[in-house]
Design a protein around this ligand. Structure first.
Ligand SMILES: NC(=O)c1ccc[n+]([C@@H]2O[C@H](COP(=O)([O-])OP(=O)(O)OC[C@H]3O[C@@H](n4cnc5c(N)ncnc54)[C@H](O)[C@@H]3O)[C@@H](O)[C@H]2O)c1
Length: 438
């Protein structure tokens, strides 16, 4: 039980890391009436928040910052967080070559505050870790550092919670305020109680609040994403099998399977490979965690392999329609709509591989551009969709991300269009090929 922790409830929160996730957490907390101090090492992000501007691109974030402006302030100075009741830490946790995630940024963000708390003699602080961690690393690395720096005991004079979020970029604000699940890993009962009570005031819905040990929560976090990647890869594996049977229709098969309530329709659509900053790496982290304890995680590894195969099949299909030197347009470079993130996206993978094989690759996206996604610098970037639709020389256009704008595209009749979604174009443009069967 926390000693010296006198607060009945969390009223003020400091949020360390005002990036894609942290800025949204800070803004929503402020909008819901908590007093929030944002802390970031990036002066530009601090300046923007203090001017009521959004430090990152995310739908609804600007409005949320304005809505919470009276309760939100930002600084570069870690020690200003001393008077807050709880500190949320959301810096990057980049993956390392072996599949684990680095704790370096978390250490660098947490250490100065721990030291400052000791110097100020302020006991009873709650450290909340939101960044995704390698299972086991909070108890093995972060808690010992906090105990060393403060000279106090975790669960005694300060508390620690692991509280990862299950959000999707492009829908972060709603995902935070109306989640299915709030996950709280707690060092002690009092710390967990404080977090649960806070979420009851913060959430607009009544999510399931799962409280457990920090170790269990670390495993839960990556297992959710690993399970979803397994489901996506299952559909893509089934599609590869079904295409070998001329009378089999993968969409009819998946529709039927998804109506079984034990399975459900979500993520059960023949599409492309999964990508983005969370799914692939969280899944690989589960495999890494298994290896650390002398086990294998064949399901997680297979999901990864099938994902690679799905990308490879798309490349083979598209390149089979071209001869070297042909122009090909890849539309949709972000890994999903409403974000400019291109990390491990199907579009980026396809464009890179086509370019390496000598095709003339043009790319377009509704949010990603060379200015915010340097990975696009190597391609001819299409600014203007109107112009490209008139070009006769584009042999194939492949839609790799379901931006609604692509539904209205009308290409030159000699351009073949590939779209991976069942309902896309099929209804209105039956002549378009549907690579549901790759
Ligand atoms: N983005 C997502 O969809 C998502 C979803 C779930 C979990 N996560 C996890 O959240 C964490 C952060 O992800 P993100 O996408 O928001 O990262 P990001 O790179 O967009 O933002 C990180 C922020 O932390 C700041 N920062 C770095 N060191 C700092 C320090 N010492 N003190 C204060 N601020 C510091 C950076 O300047 C940056 O603004 C990662 O662990 C990620 O896995 C992200």
């Amino acid at each position: 039980m926390l000693r010296g922790l006198f607060m009945k409830s969390i009223k003020s929160v400091s949020v360390f890391g005002l990036g894609k996730l942290g800025a949204c957490i800070a803004a929503t907390l402020a909008q819901r009436g908590f007093n929030v101090l944002g802390v970031d090492v990036d002066p530009e992000k601090v300046r923007k928040v203090n001017q009521g501007l959004s430090p990152v691109d995310e739908p609804l974030l600007s409005e949320t910052i304005i809505g919470g402006q009276n309760h939100l302030r930002a600084t570069q100075e870690h020690s200003e967080a001393i008077p807050t009741d709880a500190s949320f830490f959301i810096p990057p946790s980049p993956n390392l070559p072996d599949g684990s995630f680095s704790s370096e940024y978390l250490l660098r963000a947490m250490q100065p505050l721990a030291k400052a708390l000791r110097e100020a003699g302020k006991k009873g602080h709650l450290f909340v870790i939101n960044s995704t961690t390698t299972p086991g690393s909070i108890n093995r690395v972060l808690v010992p550092m906090l105990e060393r720096e403060t000279g106090w005991t975790c669960g005694g004079e300060f508390g620690v919670c692991y509280n990862p979020q299950f959000i999707a970029l492009g829908n972060v604000i709603k995902g935070l305020l109306e989640p299915d699940l709030v996950l709280i890993g707690e060092s002690d009962v009092e710390s967990g109680r404080l977090m649960e009570e806070m979420y009851k005031r913060y959430n607009r819905n009544e999510p399931y609040i799962a409280r457990m040990s920090i170790m269990s929560a670390e495993l839960t976090k990556i297992s959710v994403n690993s399970y979803i990647t397994m489901k996506i890869s299952f559909t893509n594996q089934l599609r590869l099998i079904a295409e070998k049977f001329p009378q089999a229709d993968i969409h009819a098969i998946l529709d039927a399977i998804g109506t079984d309530s034990r399975i459900g329709k979500k993520y059960l659509r023949a599409g492309l490979s999964y990508g983005g900053p969370c799914f692939p790496r969280d899944n690989r982290l589960l495999a890494y965690t298994a290896r650390q304890v002398g086990l294998e995680a064949p399901l997680a590894e297979a999901a990864d392999r099938i994902n690679e195969l799905t990308r490879q099949k798309l490349f083979e299909h598209v390149s089979g329609m071209l001869v070297p030197g042909d122009a090909v347009a890849v539309l949709g470079m972000s890994y999903k709509p409403n974000t400019c993130i291109t990390e491990e996206s199907a579009g980026l993978h396809l464009a890179q591989h086509l370019k390496r094989r000598g095709y003339q690759v043009l790319v377009h996206d509704c949010a990603a551009a060379p200015a915010n996604s340097p990975s696009l610098l190597e391609f001819e970037f299409i600014e203007d969709l109107e112009t490209i639709q008139k070009r006769k020389d584009i042999k194939v256009a492949v839609v790799c991300c379901s931006w609604p704008r692509y539904k209205e595209l009308r290409f030159h009749p000699e351009t073949k269009i590939l779209t991976p979604w069942k309902t896309w174009f099929e209804d209105t443009r039956p002549e378009y090929e549907n690579p549901g069967r790759l």
